[in-house]
Design a protein around this ligand. Sequence first.
Ligand SMILES: Nc1nc2c(ncn2[C@@H]2O[C@H](COP(=O)(O)OP(=O)(O)O)[C@@H](O)[C@H]2O)c(=O)[nH]1
Ligand SMILES: [Mg+2]
Length: 385
Amino acid sequence: MAYRASRGRKQAKKGVQLTIMVVGASGTGRTTFVNTLVEEPLLKHRYQELLRDPENPRSEIDPVVAEQVAAEAHIERQIQIKPVNFELEEDGVRIALTVVDTPGFGEGIDNENNFQEICAYLERQYDDILAEESRIKRNPRFRDNRIHALLYFIQPTGHALREMDIELMRRLSPRVNVLPVIGKADSLTPSELKTFKKRIMEDIEYYNIPVYNFPYDPEEDDEETISDNRELRGLLPFAIVGAEEEIMIGGEAVRGRRYPWGIVEVDNPDHSDFGRLRSALLGSHLTDLKEITHDFLYENYRTEKLSRSVGGDAAADTALLPEDMANQSVRLKEEQLRREEEKLREIELKVQREIQIKRQELLAKEDSLKVLEARLAQQNSSGYE
Ligand SMILES: Nc1nc2c(ncn2[C@@H]2O[C@H](COP(=O)(O)OP(=O)(O)O)[C@@H](O)[C@H]2O)c(=O)[nH]1
Ligand SMILES: [Mg+2]
């Protein structure tokens, strides 16, 4: 990154704080995205946890750990919520970035628990602020850990959103700025990607999900803001390509992924939306994301919470009218339907469980392949140079 002179030194010195959360099924490219964003191996990949020396991706696999992982491949993984801090500088502004990763998301059969855990985490950060605001004397060491943006990684299937995607975005967008992104977007052709994006936005609209859509006010905002925001909105959901290694093209190092047919460049806007998402997050829209979090999302939560504690749950027992349920045959039919639904649900769960086990096995295989690959690369480089 170019050296920047003393311009804005005061702000640069003080800096701003930003917290983002990355959520998505494992293998959708979350870790790679974060490492591409900060240009450093900040987060470890899962396979690196198998290594004797996790700091060194070329080190040998630890047989004990590997055996353990293989043996546990079928066990449902719990979601973890892990914040990591990183300092960076963007356009002369120092940013204290916190990235909250959520490994293990969506790996269970029933993901209800995951939604609840993430939601509880978001709300806990609001509760902390609420408590801090009502203190007479402020705690000088208090840290605001509210999430300003949640990047939700959609799998690049090219079909449509899964029920889980819709459910997650629907549940969390009242609490956090949700930014939908398509992970590993280079898995699709440009035309597939275009159709996929369109379909996703149709679903989001259909289900009325208030994702962060680069809001602007046609009356109040200046023309440039309006056109910038309109353009970014038009890119939703962002197509992400991440890469942690550089490739030489014509003597220049670029971040990209190499394929037999060519190279996909991370920072080339014709290849991926990564650069535009990065500059929106860390630059042009950083303040907006923080303001919406504070003025709108937190404020709504606060109002809800306070009115809940005042009103109690008096409204909870508005019972059904007896006439509604009087008809015996209706009730029987309902009972029958319910049983059929239950049966279907059981079958569905069984199939999902089988798919899940296969997926876990595949992931475990992929992990050990990664390690082999790394070892081969090491042998090659030490043998032929
Ligand atoms: N094709 C492609 N593969 C990617 C991309 N990002 C990550 N990958 C690969 O996908 C696999 C999973 O990536 P990772 O970042 O560990 O996913 P996570 O489980 O969501 O953290 C790894 O083999 C990555 O090299 C991408 O943008 N395009
Ligand atoms: Mg990961």
